[in-house]
Design a protein around this ligand. Structure first.
Ligand code: FAD
Ligand code: NAG
Ligand code: NAG
Ligand code: NAG
Ligand code: NAG
Ligand code: NAG
Ligand code: NAG
Ligand code: NAG
Ligand code: NAG
Ligand code: NAG
Length: 542
């Protein structure tokens, strides 16, 4: 099969780099990373094997290995702090050894799957750290009969989709739209995607987790208990330990689903259409999901700007069923047969993920083919439709930027209405009309530090203020997987931490996560700037 072949090729390519790296390593490693490596070697049953899986700045392949999954590439820069040692284990014993040696030698620890963390938390840190890169641990087993998948902690969404599609067109997993996103980061923050309105979040479809705790014990759902199992599905796994494998519930999809796209500018009535969208789509048949994309552009070749609003739809059924439904409740959207096509579910992932339906599906399992992005992003949730006057204010604010921003409104409702806010840590459920994701891009800039980049960042932060009256408040909800250090980090008190923690999880869930963290990792070994904090006083005192 293609995937196992490409994994094989990758391993082959890597072992080639390895011997080349060893020959050309002329630098000395620092004494501390030497201690760590000695610890690794003396706890391994095969020194040759482990040496080939460990990289320090002295190895020529260190930078390429680190860069391979540093996406958003905003952080792929020489000035970004890098790990003292990278470990790329091939089995669980090696993970255990790396963990115990990092603890013993006082390193911080970072775990990387797809490397799509918005703030680079999986591959950069402000203290000496060991990076555990799960790139070799991405086996995927699909069980069609029982509709389950076993997915190792280092797999990517694209690899999961492709592997499912090699077995069947009528099962899928309700995950995100970008092939390069890691299954582990995605699921441990909740994880939404094109099947959200029908089947809920990715994390709602996790059946079991194989997990390593801070002492190197390997646990499953039964032995970890329901509290920790709850926390790992939306609370961010990297606050608690290492996910080795996910057991997932696959969901049925039709052999052919319908894709469509229409777009309108302000001159074509986009404001009214978007205004109506807010009332109609969140309550619509849950087989339909629409992602709305908003950009600014110049009108023709003038210097006058407009907003273009693009409605990208995916319907779990055929064109003939969809058209009358939409024509009845939302004729203004003018979805006609000409803008629709029936495709396999896996092709919709291509279409939404930077490719198109003609691209061979194998591209989803090819890490180097996935486009690289460079941006700063932020999220919000809308529970009350924004009035037309508010929309016009947003458009005017958007005109102030240089067209480098994109807004995505992701329709909620449907199945999401059926979960309580405390079912898992992810609390943005019943009553949410849509999620807002806004970003400014730096792809055309050498870094996020240029004058132009800084101006875009400043615009994004001021746009947040313009949005404030129209989005949720107390707390102003934000998506943990769109982590944003502007909200605060490294907080010493609950009050400080609540500034970001209650936005990601709301108070009840955040407090529960803090209690679980205190039990599972009381020394706070698994930490990063926005990990679940450990306080010296118990929570009830606060
Ligand atoms: C281009 C792009 C598109 C996106 N699209 C979507 C989308 O459609 N839907 C959605 O919900 N989100 C989306 N996201 C957000 C995405 O879910 C998060 O960025 C997610 O954390 C990325 O996971 P990762 O494994 O790729 O990242 P990583 O940077 O590898 O990890 C993210 C976090 O998870 C931790 N982690 C990773 N692996 C493990 C493990 N095995 N055990 C414990 N902790 C682990 C890391 O330490 C880090 O804290 C998108 C992000 C980007 C950049
Ligand atoms: C990195 O360099 C060290 C020291 O030369 C060597 O032992 C090790 O095998 C190298 N690692 C890789 C992956 O090449
Ligand atoms: C260690 O592993 C290598 C392959 O990585 C193998 O060639 C060698 O025989 C092994 N050594 C021992 C002692 O098992
Ligand atoms: C990271 O930057 C280097 C140049 O510094 C570039 O060669 C490499 O392709 C980049 N990696 C990614 C993933 O963009
Ligand atoms: C599916 O589950 C049933 C019941 O647990 C089991 O008997 C059967 O072997 C499973 N099928 C496969 C293909 O794993
Ligand atoms: C811009 O538009 C005007 C009128 O629509 C046209 O005459 C002119 O050629 C255009 N200029 C360019 C550079 O396309
Ligand atoms: C919607 O239905 C009306 C009445 O049947 C019809 O005239 C119109 O063409 C339809 N519009 C679309 C976009 O299908
Ligand atoms: C609806 O879309 C069709 C093309 O799909 C187009 O011909 C028609 O003019 C549009 N109608 C309206 C009212 O925009
Ligand atoms: C589809 O994507 C491929 C690359 O994957 C590209 O070569 C082709 O031109 C695209 N086709 C269309 C219609 O955009
Ligand atoms: C993966 O994608 C890269 C970049 O597009 C391409 O060069 C390479 O041939 C692809 N590999 C496979 C196995 O398809």
């Amino acid at each position: 099969m293609n995937i196992s072949r490409s994994v094989f090729l990758l391993v082959l390519a890597l072992s080639f780099c390895v011997s080349f790296g060893a020959l050309s390593s002329i630098f000395d490693v620092t004494s501390t990373s030497e201690d760590f490596i000695t610890c690794l070697q003396s706890n391994s049953n095969n020194v040759t094997t482990i040496s080939q899986l460990v990289f320090t700045p002295a190895n020529t392949s260190y930078i390429p290995v680190w860069q391979a999954a540093a996406d958003p590439i905003r952080f792929n820069k020489s000035y970004i702090p890098k790990p003292s040692v990278i470990v790329t284990p091939t089995d669980e014993t090696q993970i255990q050894t790396a963990l115990l040696c990092a603890k013993k030698h006082g390193y911080e620890f970072r775990i990387r799957d797809g490397g799509h963390d918005f703030e680079g938390n999986s591959y950069t840190a402000n203290a000496p750290f060991v990076m555990l890169d799960l790139v070799h641990m991405r086996a995927i087993e699909i069980n069609v009969e029982n509709r389950t998948a076993l997915v190792q902690g280092g797999a990517l969404l694209g690899e999961l989709y492709y592997t499912i599609s090699q077995k069947t067109d009528t099962l899928y997993f309700p995950a995100g739209i970008w092939a390069g996103v890691g299954v582990s980061g995605f699921l441990s923050g909740g994880g939404y995607g094109n099947l959200l309105r029908k089947y809920g979040l990715g994390a709602d479809n996790v059946l079991d987790i194989r997990f390593m705790d801070v002492n190197g014990n390997i646990l499953d759902r039964k032995s970890m208990g329901e509290d920790l199992f709850w926390a790992l599905r939306g609370g961010g796994a990297s606050s608690f330990g290492i996910v080795l494998q996910w057991k997932l519930n696959l969901v049925p999809v039709p052999e052919r689903v319908t894709l469509f796209m229409v777009s309108y500018t302000l001159e074509q009535g986009a404001t009214d259409i978007f205004h109506k969208y807010q009332y109609v789509l969140p309550k619509f048949d849950r087989d339909l999901l629409i992602r709305v994309q908003l950009n600014t552009e110049y009108i023709g070749n003038t210097t006058q700007k407009t907003v273009r609003i693009l409605f990208h739809g995916i319907y779990q059924g055929n064109i003939d069923t969809l058209l009358p439904l939409l024509n009845q409740s939302f004729p203004e959207l003018n979805v006609t047969r000409e803008v629709c096509q029936e495709v396999r579910m896996v092709q919709t992932t291509l279409e939404f993920g930077g490719f198109n339906i003609s691209t061979p599906t194998s591209v989803l399992a090819n890490r180097s083919a996935i486009p690289k992005l460079s941006f700063k992003g932020k999220s919000d949730y809308v529970r009350t439709p924004i009035p037309r006057s508010g929309l016009r204010k947003l458009w005017r604010k958007m005109f102030e930027n240089d067209n480098s921003q994109t807004l995505f409104m992701y329709t909620f409702g449907g199945k999401m209405e059926e979960y309580s806010d405390t079912a898992i840590p992810y609390p943005h459920r019943a009553g949410v009309l849509y999620q807002v994701f806004k970003r400014v891009d730096f792809v055309d800039q050498p870094s996020d530090k240029t004058l132009i980049s800084l101006r875009r960042l400043a615009w994004l932060r001021s746009f947040d203020k313009t949005l404030e009256p129209y989005v949720t408040s107390n707390p102003r909800e934000a998506y943990m997987n769109y982590n944003d250090l502007d909200l605060g980090f490294d907080s010493a008190t609950y009050e400080e931490a609540s500034e970001w923690g209650e936005r990601y999880w709301k108070r009840e869930n955040f407090k529960k996560l803090i209690r679980i963290k205190a039990k599972v990792d009381p020394e706070n070994f698994f930490r990063h700037p926005q990990s679940i904090p450990v306080f010296s006083r118990p929570l009830s005192d606060m």
